[in-house]
Design a binder for this molecule. Structure first.
Ligand SMILES: Nc1ncnc2c1ncn2[C@@H]1O[C@H](COP(=O)(O)OP(=O)(O)OP(=O)(O)O)[C@@H](O)[C@H]1O
Ligand code: SF4
Ligand SMILES: [Mg+2]
Length: 357
C-alpha cells in the first residue's frame, strides 16, 4: 500500500518485502495496535543540499539527515529516539512538527495526511502536536511574564481570553507543579527546572495528543531532570498524550520509553521495546552505544563493545551498511549491500546482516 493512503500500523519490513509479522509485546503496545497508531511515519526523507559556495568544484553535496525512516507511535506511548549527535533525531522531530519540509515520504496523524494540512485545518491540528525543546530560556520571551507566555498559547488557539484565560493559566501552572503566583515572574527570575515546567504548561495548553520532546531534560541538573521526567510521565497518564522522546540520556530513555528506535546516519538500525533493547541489544551499533554510556547495571549484555572511530559525514556515506566503517563484525557483504530493517523477533526489528539473536 503506498504511504499516501490510509494504512494500518506501518513497519519498515513491510516496505521491504514484509517477511515477518511485526507483532508487539506489552499492554501499551497491545493498546496501540487495538486503537491504531496515532502517528505513522512512512519512508521519510530529508536531504539538505549544501550551498555551492561552501564546496569548491563538483556537484554540491547533499546531507542525508533523514534517509528513509518509517515508524509508528501508539496512543499514550513513549517512543524514544537515540543515536549519536548528527544522526538525524532532531530533523525527524522537526519534520513531524512541520518545522522542516521533507524531501519525500509521508506522515499520518490519526489517519490524516499530516503533511497536506493547510490554513485553518493546520492551525487547528497544531494544537494536537506540540514540542518541548532543550532550551526553555530560548523558548520563552524574556520581555513577557511567564503567565503571559502561557496565556499567549491559549490565545493562539482561541481557547480563552481575559479573566478566563488567567484562571486557566493558574490551573496550567499548577498542573506542572508551579505555584500560580509565579505567573507574574519573568523567565530569568525562575530556575531552569521551573522554566522548563513553564514550556510544558505552554505545550499542554491546547490539549495535545502528541508531544515531540527533543532533549527536553538534557540541560537540567540530574535531580531536576528526574522531577521533569516524572512530570512528563504524570501528564501522560492524566492527558493520555504520546511522546516522541529524543535524548542522549540512555538512563532516562530506559526509564521513560515504551519503545526505542536507534538511529545511525539518517536511518533506523534497531527498534525494540525499551527493556529488551537495553537488556539484549541486537545491532552492533546499539551494543556499542550502550557500552559507551555509563552503565547502571555492569552486567548488561553490551559490556565491552567499543564504539570506534568517528561517524562518517552524512554528506558522504559509506557503501553498503552505513555502520561498516566502525563495526567489529563487518564482512565483505556489509560493504556491498545495505541491510534493511527486518523483524528478528516479536516486536523487534534490526537492520544488520548478522544481528545478535
Ligand atoms: N538546515 C540544515 N542544513 C544542512 N544540514 C543540516 C541542517 N539541519 C541539520 N543538518 C544536518 O543534518 C544532520 C542531522 O542533524 P540533526 O540535528 O537532526 O541531528 P541530531 O541527531 O539531532 O544531533 P544532536 O544529537 O547533536 O542534536 C547533521 O549532519 C546536521 O549537520
Ligand atoms: S551489516 Fe555488517 S557492518 Fe553493518 S552492523 Fe551488521 S555486521 Fe556490522
Ligand atoms: Mg538534536
Amino acid at each position: 500500500m503506498p504511504p499516501n493512503q490510509a494504512a494500518p500500523l506501518a513497519r519498515e519490513e513491510d516496505r521491504h518485502g514484509g517477511q515477518r509479522e511485526g507483532l508487539r509485546d506489552g499492554p501499551r503496545e497491545a493498546r496501540a495496535q487495538r486503537d491504531g497508531a496515532l502517528l505513522e511515519v512512512w519512508d521519510l526523507v530529508c536531504h539538505f543540499k549544501l550551498r555551492r559556495k561552501w564546496w569548491k568544484g563538483g556537484p554540491a553535496p547533499v546531507v542525508r539527515a533523514v534517509d528513509g525512516v518509517s515508524l509508528s507511535v501508539g496512543r499514550q506511548e513513549t517512543y524514544a529516539l537515540v543515536g549519536e549527535s548528527g544522526c538525524g533525531k532532531s530533523t525527524l522531530g522537526r519534520l513531524i512538527l512541520r518545522l522542516e519540509r521533507p524531501t519525500s515520504g509521508a506522515v499520518r496523524f490519526e489517519g490524516r495526511d499530516w503533511l497536506a494540512l493547510r490554513g485553518d485545518h493546520l492551525r487547528q491540528a497544531r494544537r494536537e502536536v506540540q514540542a518541548i525543546f532543550q532550551d526553555p530560556l530560548g523558548a520563552l520571551d524574556p520581555r513577557r511574564t511567564v503567565g503571559k507566555s502561557v496565556e499567549e498559547a491559549l490565545d493562539a488557539h482561541n481557547l480563552a481570553k481575559g479573566q478566563a484565560a488567567r484562571r486557566r493559566v493558574a490551573e496550567l501552572l499548577e498542573s506542572v507543579g508551579l505555584r500560580p503566583a509565579l505567573a507574574a515572574r519573568y523567565p530569568h527570575e525562575l530556575s531552569g527546572g521551573q522554566r522548563q515546567r513553564v514550556t510544558v504548561a505552554r505545550a499542554i495548553a491546547g490539549g495535545p495528543k502528541f508531544i515531540v520532546a527533543d532533549e527536553a531534560v538534557s540541560a537540567l541538573d540530574v535531580s531536576v531532570q528526574a522531577q521533569v521526567i516524572n512530570l512528563l510521565a504524570d501528564l501522560q497518564e492524566s492527558l493520555g498524550v504520546s511522546y516522541l522522546f529524543i535524548s542522549h540520556g540512555l538512563a532516562t530513555v530506559r526509564h521513560m520509553a515504551d519503545r526505542v528506535g536507534v538511529m545511525y546516519l539518517g536511518r533506523l538500525v534497531e527498534e525494540a521495546p525499551a527493556e529488551e533493547l537495553f537488556s539484549a541489544p541486537a545491532h552492533p551499533y546499539t551494543k556499542a552505544l550502550l557500552s559507551a554510556a555509563p552503565a547502571p547495571d555492569p552486567t548488561t549484555a553490551s559490556k565491552g563493545v567499543e564504539l570506534r572511530g568517528e561517524v562518517p559525514s552524512a554528506a558522504s556515506l559509506p557503501s553498503g551498511c552505513r555502520f561498516r566503517t566502525r563495526c567489529p563484525k563487518a564482512k565483505e557483504i556489509c560493504r556491498e549491500a545495505e541491510p534493511v530493517l527486518l523483524a528478528v523477533a516479536k516486536g523487534r526489528s534490526v537492520a544488520c546482516h548478522f544481528p545478535e539473536s
